[in-house]
Design a protein around this ligand. Structure first.
Ligand SMILES: Cc1cc2nc3c(=O)[nH]c(=O)nc-3n(C[C@H](O)[C@H](O)[C@H](O)COP(=O)(O)OP(=O)(O)OC[C@H]3O[C@@H](n4cnc5c(N)ncnc54)[C@H](O)[C@@H]3O)c2cc1C
Length: 391
């Protein structure tokens, strides 16, 4: 076994860390306070990230990207989220969907979309599965015609006529290309009744609805996608009819792992700030870090951070090893790391005492951000169900 990172992984990790320190940290806390979610979106920083190559990191080199593997994406995602979780998620979402783009699109579709994607630093990607009445039913293996996504696509000549709504979609409203899972057969459950299509904002009948406001991860944007007699050409279909879930099972291998890596970056930032505060805050005649009660909280943060990082790196490595990969590895990693990150952020806030609770301190934002991955990318309950050894 070789636990060393490669030189290229270390250099991308450094690049991301420097970017987070120079461009993200100086604006993140103030930007987080902007009330309007659209005004809040940090386009300047996101564009600069594109300029240094972050946006196209996951696309293979032969398609014009950097060909980063899942472990590299985890390293970069952690550093960006050390700066701000929402900005990390904006890039990570594009990385995840780059994998779908690479594996699902045909030559003609690539010729149509790839040049614009490579050139435009405002070209991000999104995936639309969740709907107001269909969340966990798309994730937990419960496949009944009455459950799961209901946005329908009905074949009409060379097009599919689409009606319905997706919600909570990360990069919604900022993306220029969406992979959307549509119900092409209402007599079947999600396992055979959903098909992936590409939707672009120029399609008549496709619009962005509400931009959601969020408790944490506020520098990423989530929105509703509305389809009102929207005609999506047959040439935009990217899986066999009924094949969306099979494609997801086969090709979305890094998703949960990358998600976990980002929230771990938030936890590390919280831990570092708690350590610093513990060294400088004096109570009872000495720095509080020297009181065992505080020292133990910091030790627990460190233990959980290190254990999470090792699990995460192993999971990311297996995702690149073909037959070695077991999807349960991704589900359990997301559960363990997101909950560890939440506990780390909670303890770190406690180290700051009452000041940790004040919005003038950085700690409350870490905690708000750390809550997001308990629900996002599938709830942890859904992940636990998928991890059950007998399923
Ligand atoms: C920040 C954020 C970003 C997101 N980004 C995207 C995105 O880009 N694209 C996308 O498609 N979706 C996205 N989502 C949606 C996300 O995947 C869903 O919120 C999630 O799958 C849960 O669905 P739900 O919200 O409808 O909750 P529900 O499914 O209604 O769940 C409610 C509660 O019931 C539990 N539950 C539900 N069913 C069962 C069951 N059968 N057995 C036991 N317990 C159950 C759940 O675990 C949860 O505790 C995002 C969500 C968030 C918060």
């Amino acid at each position: 076994m070789d636990f060393q990172l490669t030189e290229s992984q270390r250099s991308l990790q450094r690049l991301a860390h420097d970017f987070a320190e120079r461009e993200i940290r100086p604006i993140a806390r103030e930007q987080d306070k902007i009330a309007d979610p659209q005004e809040r979106f940090p386009w300047d920083v996101v564009e600069k990230g594109g300029e240094v190559g972050l946006r196209t990191l996951a696309l293979p080199e032969e398609m014009g990207g950097a060909g980063a593997d899942i472990l590299t994406l985890c390293l970069v995602g952690e550093e960006l989220a050390w700066g701000d979780l929402g900005i990390a998620v904006t890039f990570d979402q594009t990385w995840k969907i780059s994998h779908l783009f690479e594996r699902l699109t045909n030559e003609e579709q690539r010729a149509r979309y790839l040049p614009a994607f490579l050139e435009d630093n405002r070209f991000h990607l999104a995936v639309g599965m969740t709907e107001p009445n269909a969340g966990s039913d798309n994730i937990i293996p419960y496949s009944s015609p009455d459950a799961g996504a209901r946005t329908t696509a009905v074949r009409d000549g060379d097009d599919w006529v689409v009606n319905g709504m997706k919600h909570f979609i990360s990069n919604g409203g900022i993306a220029k290309l969406y992979f959307v899972a549509l119900r092409t057969d209402t007599s079947k459950g999600v396992s055979e009744g959903l098909t992936y299509f590409i939707a672009t904002p120029d399609l008549p009948g496709f619009s962005i609805g509400r931009i959601h406001d969020k408790m944490g991860q506020r520098l990423s944007q989530n929105a509703e996608l509305i389809f009102d007699d929207c005609r999506i050409p047959e040439t935009n279909r990217v899986t066999p009819v009924g094949g969306a879930m099979e494609a997801r099972k086969r090709f979305v291998r890094g998703s949960n792992i990358e998600a976990a890596a980002t929230v771990l970056g938030t936890a590390r930032a919280a831990y570092e700030d708690a350590l610093e505060y513990g060294r400088n805050r004096v109570q009872g005649g000495k720095p509080i870090i020297e009181h065992q009660a505080v020292g133990f909280m910091l030790s627990d943060c460190f233990i959980e951070y290190e254990a999470s990082r090792r699990l995460l790196h192993y999971a990311a490595w297996t995702a690149g090893q073909g037959g070695l990969y077991d999807p349960k590895m991704g589900f359990m990693t997301k559960v363990y790391v997101s909950e560890a990150a939440y506990r780390i952020a909670t303890r770190a806030l406690e180290v700051w005492g009452g000041m940790g609770y004040m919005t003038e301190s950085p700690m409350e934002k870490y905690l708000r951000d750390a809550t997001s991955f308990l629900h996002s990318d599938g709830t942890n309950q859904a992940m636990r169900i998928r991890t059950m050894p007998f399923l």
